[in-house]
Design a protein around this ligand. Structure first.
Ligand code: NDP
Length: 297
């Protein structure tokens, strides 16, 4: 029977572990991990994500600070806020909710974050350290969550052929870097496919582990997957569905009903990778606080 890899369950398991780590850190050193979430403007989806992050942080005993700035905030003012958070010893993780309003240069803002507080893992120093394997860095949360799902469900990528479909900076590229790095959750042989890949099906059929992050609803069909493949679907798409009261449904990039019959294991959408992203943000924040406390001690 096909194993369903539940990101929801694995996420709960990791959050329980983090709660203990937070309590141990606090009891031993007095340090409470602190996460600052900066929101510029009032985009409803961003407000919802920020609210979820704050709530999840508080549940684990992480101190969470939300900084909401008006949409017209000048870039310099935002950079000043980040400087203040970089210097604040109570804050171990800084997240700037993207996208930012058009007049603000996102790259400049990301580069202003202290790499040791870059719990989103998007700073070029974090990206470089992930690639070179040198120094402390935080891995981007979504691909880090996929690695946890694989390892904790019994599908260690070591020695396997992992195919990643998608090469974005936030999912595909760091996913490939994590899979190929040495050590826990890595040591895979990695192929990255994208929109210019010739014969995508031939590539996806060659996978032992298939990770899909295309943003194309249900594009990976049963004939594109070999028997016994482990499939992780990162895609989160809204498609019209007049049979639902709300008029749409959420689906992945994988045609679940077809692919599940061939896969050895598969993650669903929703309830798959989605819940892992916030969990890994919290894990990065706790680790950042542990590193800061080790340095201070
Ligand atoms: P992007 O649009 O930035 O990247 C999509 C990638 O898929 C690109 O590399 C693109 O190739 C490739 N691609 C698109 N169409 C095809 C095709 N027909 N054949 C092969 N490759 C194709 O998306 P993201 O990486 O940001 O996100 C991917 C998906 O993951 C989305 O559904 C998003 O909502 C979801 N997501 C989910 C998260 C979660 O927490 N669960 C977090 C982040 C993302 P090319 O580079 O050539 O254009």
């Amino acid at each position: 029977m096909t194993q369903i890899i539940s990101g929801k369950e694995i996420s709960e398991e990791i959050r329980a572990e983090l709660k203990e780590q937070v309590a141990t850190l606090k009891a031993g050193t007095g340090v409470v991990p602190g996460l600052a979430v900066v929101l510029v403007g009032a985009d409803p989806a961003s407000e919802m994500y920020v609210g979820m992050k704050n709530k999840a942080a508080k549940e684990l005993g992480i101190h969470s600070r939300q900084i909401s700035l008006p949409a017209e905030t000048p870039e310099d003012e935002l950079l000043g806020v980040i400087d203040g958070l970089n210097a604040d010893p109570a804050i171990h993780g800084i997240l700037v909710q993207l996208p930012l309003p058009g007049h603000i240069d996102e790259a400049k803002v990301i580069e202003a974050i202290d790499p040791m507080k870059d719990v989103d893992g998007f700073h070029p120093v974090s990206v470089g350290r992930l690639q070179t394997g040198s120094g402390e860095c935080f891995a981007p949360c979504t691909p880090a969550g996929v690695i946890e799902m694989l390892v904790r469900s019994g599908h260690d990528p070591a020695g396997k052929h992992a195919v990643v479909v998608g090469r974005s900076n936030i999912v595909g590229k760091p996913m490939a870097a994590l899979l190929m790095r040495k050590g826990r959750g890595g040591d895979a042989t990695v192929t990255v496919a994208h929109s210019r890949t010739a014969d995508l099906g031939a590539v996806t059929r060659s996978a032992d582990i298939l990770i899909v992050a295309m943003g194309r609803p249900e594009m990976i069909t049963g004939d594109m997957v070999s028997e016994g493949t482990v499939v992780i679907d990162v895609g989160t798409n809204r498609v019209d569905d007049p049979t639902r009261e709300r008029g749409y449904r959420v689906c992945g990039d994988v045609l679940f009903d077809e692919v599940k019959d061939k896969a050895a294991a598969i993650s669903p959408v929703p309830g798959g990778v989605g819940p892992m992203t916030i969990t890994m943000l919290l894990a990065n924040t706790v680790r950042s606080a542990e590193i800061a406390s080790d340095r201070a001690g």
